[in-house]
Design a protein around this ligand. Structure first.
Ligand SMILES: *Cc1c(COP(=O)(O)O)cnc(C)c1O
Length: 375
């Protein structure tokens, strides 16, 4: 048996749409499929403005430029996350003040944020881990009180909600990922969502190498030129064509992923009742978009043994996120605070094989082996 951790799912229309994009004669950015993807997101989720990017990392870098991050400014962000969440800001000279995770989820503990604010704080960057919402009411309340920007790293959070609001629609800016490990994919890919109108025009400029080319193509200016800093953040329409085939099938993709999630949860809940492992907790205000399924082991040694045990059966379960505050790059810059929950998740969280085409018998095999390991 070989059960990979992830397998990119193709809906079947991807290459048809790529051929269409190629046949249209325009395969650079902002072609017909890019527009279709933008319209899909603004209509389905009510996002004010969407701009496809080549990755979530790029969308986060755009966010850092848009909020005018300067050398010495600070951001507050979780330590238990992917490097891009903070690297995008560090690139512009930001100092990162890391917040701990909640006890019951890897999300940043919103109650700890206020004590981390200094006169230099410019933004709070939250990550909706496993697609489950952070305590956004609390985060937005603090942001208003101290006049801070909120950026949602919604890389894992497509089609997920907080008190009925789509994730990515709450902060001033939000970044999604369509990397092949996410629910909706285009190989590499991402999107910046602009919820605060003040950033809308500048976002287009920054994405187009610092030029007002988008306005020119809409006929709003009669020539285009260099008007700001910028880079090339827009994807080819070939990528957008692939992505659009996925978006058309989002209901089906989400339905199957939720079935897989539910089955893991039901089948492993006895182990949780017996106190042998812990399962993900969905916050009351949040929905579950079935981005991943993880279990929490008791300690690092046990998790390592379980990984080896599963690997010997051909099952690839993987851990992730070494705490960023203890990383080789940042440990000397961190202020020394212990982040106990973050360290706990770094040592004990294990992600199980999870992808659309995971067959029932293979999923059963994963479940049986985990139960066997703990018996
Ligand atoms: C996947 C991921 C990213 C990076 O996305 P890319 O599209 O690969 O740049 C950033 N943050 C989080 C939380 C992620 O899971």
């Amino acid at each position: 048996m070989y059960i990979p951790f992830n397998k990119p799912y193709l809906t079947g229309k991807e290459t048809d749409y790529i051929k269409e994009a190629v046949a249209s004669g325009k395969i650079s950015g902002d072609g017909i499929f890019t527009k279709k993807c933008h319209d899909f997101f603004t209509q389905k989720y009510g996002f004010k403005k969407c701009l496809l990017t080549t990755s979530c990392t790029d969308a986060l870098e755009m966010a850092a430029i848009l909020i005018d991050m300067q050398v010495g400014d600070e951001i507050i962000a979780p330590s238990y996350t992917f490097v891009s969440t903070v690297n995008a800001f560090v690139l512009r000279g930001a100092k990162v003040i890391f917040g701990d995770s909640e006890q019951h989820t890897p999300n940043i503990d919103a109650n700890s944020i206020e004590s981390l604010i200094t006169p230099k704080t410019k933004a709070i960057v939250v990550v909706h881990y496993a697609g489950m919402a952070c305590d956004m009411d609390k985060v937005m309340e603090i942001a208003h009180k101290y006049n801070l920007f909120v950026i949602e790293d919604a890389a894992q959070a497509v089609d997920s909600y907080y008190h009925g609001k789509p994730l990515g629609s709450i902060g001033h800016l939000a970044a999604f990922s369509f990397h092949e490990t996410k629910n909706i994919i285009s190989g590499e890919g991402g999107m910046l969502v602009i919820n605060d109108e003040q950033f809308a025009q500048r976002a287009e400029i920054i994405r187009e190498k610092g030029t007002n080319r988008s306005q020119f193509f809409r006929g709003e200016v009669d020539k285009y030129g260099w008007v700001d800093v910028g880079s090339s953040f827009l994807p080819s329409d070939i990528i957008a064509a692939f992505l659009y085939a996925q978006l058309e099938n989002i209901e089906d993709i989400q339905k199957r992923r939720k079935e897989i999630w539910q089955k893991y949860h039901e089948s492993l809940s006895l182990l949780e009742t017996q106190g042998k492992i812990q399962l993900p907790k969905i916050p009351q205000s949040a929905t579950n978009n079935a981005h991943m399924f993880y279990i929490i082991c008791n300690n690092l040694a046990e998790r390592s043994k379980l990984i080896t045990f599963l690997k010997e059966k051909g099952i690839w379960a993987v851990f992730h996120y070494l705490s960023l505050h203890e990383s080789p790059f940042y440990k000397d810059k961190h202020d020394g605070r212990e982040l106990a929950n973050c360290s706990k998740y770094a040592d004990t969280l294990l992600r199980l094989p999870f992808f659309y085409e995971l067959e029932d018998d293979k999923q059963n095999f994963v479940i049986e082996n985990i139960i066997q390991f703990y018996s």
